[in-house]
Design a binder for this molecule. Structure first.
Ligand code: DGT
Length: 150
């Protein structure tokens, strides 16, 4: 008889491969910071929240502080965990943890991104954003305390 609670199509001998990612919601004057992913990377040209992969040995907060320093040149104080999302890219899954970032020193610079922009959250709908974020846009709006209209 077929297993009624089977939830995965992955063959049993294949190990799951997950990559943990952190991203930050940086807010200023009702706007949020997004960066355009560089040409040389996956999802090139898409607008993302600054962040990146957690390295072994790091806490999520340490990883995000490091990524924001490397990518934006800022010294950030990482706030609360607001949201989590998963997305599969072929054989690999990513788990993204979104944190609010309310305080930082220095002005963000596009060290890593093609471009940085402060946009109103409502503008996210019309941007080319990663599917991982698109599919939870309603929850992103809720986390940002913004009215969600389709
Ligand atoms: P990659 O993906 O191998 O070209 O390497 P990186 O270093 O460009 O990727 P990285 O470190 O930005 O990893 C973040 C992964 O999470 C990447 O696969 C894109 C995905 N992602 C989905 N939404 C977001 C987001 O809002 N922010 C960031 N930073 N990454 C996101």
């Amino acid at each position: 008889m077929a297993d009624p609670i089977k939830t995965t199509h992955r063959p049993r001998h294949k190990k799951a491969h997950w990559i943990p990612v952190v991203a930050g919601f940086l807010r200023k004057d009702g706007k949020i910071l997004v960066g355009q992913r560089p040409e040389s990377h996956s999802l090139a040209g898409q607008w993302e929240f600054p962040g990146g992969k957690i390295e072994p040995g790091e806490t999520p907060e340490q990883a995000l502080a490091r990524e924001l320093s490397e990518e934006l040149g800022i010294e950030a104080q990482i706030g609360n965990l607001k949201l989590a999302s998963t997305q599969s890219y072929g054989e690999v899954g990513i788990l993204i943890l979104f944190f609010e970032v309310n305080f930082w020193k220095k002005e963000p610079k596009p060290i890593h991104h093609m471009m940085l922009e402060w946009i109103y959250p409502s503008e996210l709908k019309d941007r080319n954003i990663p599917e991982a974020n698109r599919k939870i846009l309603d929850r992103i709006f809720q986390a940002l305390g913004v009215e969600w209209q389709k």
